[in-house]
Write a protein that binds this ligand. Structure first.
Ligand code: SF4
Length: 200
């Protein structure tokens, strides 16, 4: 991929991420949802990510960190994979902080906040997704959001336009013909780190 193409894709991704954050705030603010002090940290959840453009964005953010911090993150990613491959209790998924997470007085926080992917940005608030061929999926929100939502009317976040735009951006960056030949992305953050930047 040319440098100009990558720069253009990252600019569009940053703009889309900004609008995701706005949509999240519009749903979280009415119910007073904040992640501060939450014991059930989403950064210990196994999220999977599905676009090359976000993988490129993640590596763009990683590349701006000091070399020593990048080495720590790589070690954390290796540890994360080891723990998941060898759970202490067979069949029970371990809760291991994402390799990018950092401890803070308020709990775990993202160490690559500006480049965190869509799943991390939109998780937590009640949301819906309208499927292209009809039907919709609904997520009631995290436990804290559901508790808060009982005392007032929750504002639903509609993920549909944001996901549609992300898919369009992915297609524009990779190219329709190439896309058909590329493996489908289905990776955790740890895997994206250990695999290195995508080869496109
Ligand atoms: S990328 Fe950031 S927000 Fe997402 S799980 Fe990892 S630390 Fe948490």
């Amino acid at each position: 991929m040319s440098k100009a193409k990558k720069t253009a894709a990252l600019k569009r991704l940053a703009d889309l991420y900004r609008r995701m954050d706005e949509a999240y705030a519009a749903a979280a603010t009415p119910i007073g949802l904040s992640c501060a002090g939450c014991a059930d940290s989403c950064c210990e959840t196994m999220f999977r990510h599905h676009t090359y453009v976000e993988w490129v964005g993640l590596w763009d953010g990683l590349g701006k960190l000091p070399a020593a911090r990048q080495a720590e993150i790589r070690d954390a990613a290796e540890n994360w994979i080891r723990r998941h491959q060898n759970p202490l209790l067979p069949g029970v998924r371990p809760r291991v902080p994402c390799p990018l997470a950092q401890e803070s007085p308020e709990g775990l926080r993202c160490g690559l906040y500006d480049a965190r992917p869509m799943v991390c940005r939109l998780h937590g608030v009640p949301n819906i997704l309208i499927r292209p061929r009809g039907g919709q999926s609904a997520f009631p929100g995290c436990d804290r959001a559901q508790t808060l939502g009982k005392t007032c009317e929750p504002a639903l976040l509609d993920r549909t336009p944001l996901l549609t735009e992300l898919a369009r951006l992915e297609m524009d960056m990779v190219g329709r013909d190439r896309m058909a030949k590329m493996p489908r992305v289905d990776l955790t953050i740890a895997e994206m780190i250990l695999l290195g930047p995508p080869k496109i």
